[in-house]
Design a protein around this ligand. Structure first.
Ligand SMILES: Nc1nc2c(ncn2[C@@H]2O[C@H](COP(=O)(O)OP(=O)(O)OP(=O)(O)O)[C@@H](O)[C@H]2O)c(=O)[nH]1
Ligand SMILES: [Mg+2]
Ligand SMILES: [Zn+2]
Length: 379
């Protein structure tokens, strides 16, 4: 068994980790109601670090769960998931028998694989989409994040970090505001420790907040700042291109000690919320699983969607169709042309994915061949 790299995790109650009646009911409904609940903190190959009522412990998947989830990345427990496990009273590894249903999830298309989903975060309430003042703001990338977060059922917040590096972050903040819709936009500096109150306002006991974004924007630095010590490794960014180096290699759940975020008059709890650090990713290709109705795209492009209702044709693609209200709005300057281009691209990708998935499920139904192995590589 590997050395325990997590001596600092406090023993916290399941409720503080987000356990609730709905989860308790889903545990009772499993084949193993005698199992105890635990939340997955981090997954290392075949070993999982989980947080249970009596503190952290090591666990592995049962043979059946391993078998049943082969070739289905979303059926495997990931950081943030709740599981039903059997303790090994002899002191060895616990066994995970069941993955409990997720309330929210952030899923992307795995890098380099056209139709495999990859789970970035499970059971998170809020997702901080982190950008930084010293990296070129890519509005299209932000739109992709917003779409994927909303599709998965979590609430997005845009966090603009490294405000200490620019004289005035207001123009950048204003550009994010234009993309954000109803999501809050926060300007912070983890280095100057500026903006903690704004971040803390989005945290609460039992609530989970994941940080996502490109490598080097400062996700792990923000977490260290909030928890009050250098728990997560952080990396210098390359001088030449301001890019990060993929310092964080695992998704990891981190309970936030309450003393780090004092709030007067609160209940007697030891933690103030749960953070999820994630490795930086180059690209987020949204993955829409059950719902192929593009709810996330519609919400992210709400102003465009409202105008599109006035197009002559209900299925207008806003290309060459006559009577297109969207093209009219671009011509008049009411709508930015690059927003429309981005919308059309995401909508097309979504249609392509749906098409490929239909093809894949046809193939799966017509063959009993082995499912492809899932490679854990990240990028
Ligand atoms: N000037 C400045 N530098 C910061 C700030 N926050 C983080 N950094 C620096 O940015 C670099 C990258 O920070 P990390 O926290 O490792 O970034 P990350 O997003 O976790 O990166 P990955 O783990 O690779 O995804 C480090 O050198 C940090 O010290 C900030 O507010 N201001
Ligand atoms: Mg990191
Ligand atoms: Zn149109």
């Amino acid at each position: 068994m590997p050395n325990d790299p997590h001596p600092a995790i406090p023993i916290v109650s399941l409720e503080e980790l987000g356990w609730d009646d709905r989860l308790a009911a889903s545990l009772r409904a499993t084949q193993r109601p005698e199992c105890v609940p635990a939340r997955v903190a981090v997954v290392y190959q075949d070993r999982l670090r989980v947080l249970g009522e009596r503190g952290p412990l090591w666990a592995e998947l049962s043979g059946r769960l391993r078998h049943d989830s082969r070739g289905q990345p979303l059926a495997r427990p990931a950081a943030g998931d709740w599981v039903a496990l059997e303790r090994n009273e002899g002191g060895g590894m616990a066994t995970i028998h069941e993955l409990l249903p997720r309330r929210t999830q952030l899923v992307r298309q795995a890098a380099g694989r056209r139709t495999a989903p990859q789970l970035l975060a499970a059971n998170v309430d809020v997702i901080f989409v982190v950008t930084s003042c010293n990296q070129e703001l890519n509005p299209r990338r932000v739109e992709r994040y917003l779409t994927a977060v909303r599709d998965g059922g979590a609430r997005p917040a845009l966090v603009l970090n490294k405000s200490d590096l620019v004289g005035d972050p207001a123009p950048l903040r204003a550009r994010l505001r234009e993309l954000a819709g109803d999501a809050p936009v926060l300007t912070v500096s983890a280095r100057a420790r500026d903006g903690a109150a704004e971040l803390a306002a989005l945290l609460a006991p039992g609530r989970t907040v994941a940080l996502v974004g490109s490598s080097g924007v400062g996700k792990s630095t923000i977490i260290n700042w909030l928890i009050g010590h250098e728990r997560q490794a952080t990396g210098e960014i390359r001088e030449a291109d301001d890019k990060g180096r993929h310092t964080t290699t695992h998704r990891e759940l981190i309970p936030l000690p309450r003393r780090a975020l004092e709030r007067a008059g609160g209940p007697a709890l030891t933690i103030a919320g749960v953070l999820l650090d994630t490795p930086g990713i180059r690209e987020l290709q949204p993955w829409t699983d059950e719902s192929e109705d593009d709810a996330g795209i519609q919400e992210t492009f709400a102003e465009l969607d409202a105008i599109a209702r006035r197009c002559r044709f209900g299925d207008c693609g806003h290309g060459r169709e006559p009577g297109c209200a969207v093209r009219r709005a671009v011509k008049s300057g009411a709508l930015a042309a690059d927003r429309v281009a981005s919308y059309r691209k995401l909508a097309q990708e979504s249609r392509d994915r749906a098409e490929r998935k239909r093809g894949r499920s046809r193939r799966e139904h017509s063959s009993t061949g082995r499912a492809p192995r899932h490679s854990g590589r990240e990028s």
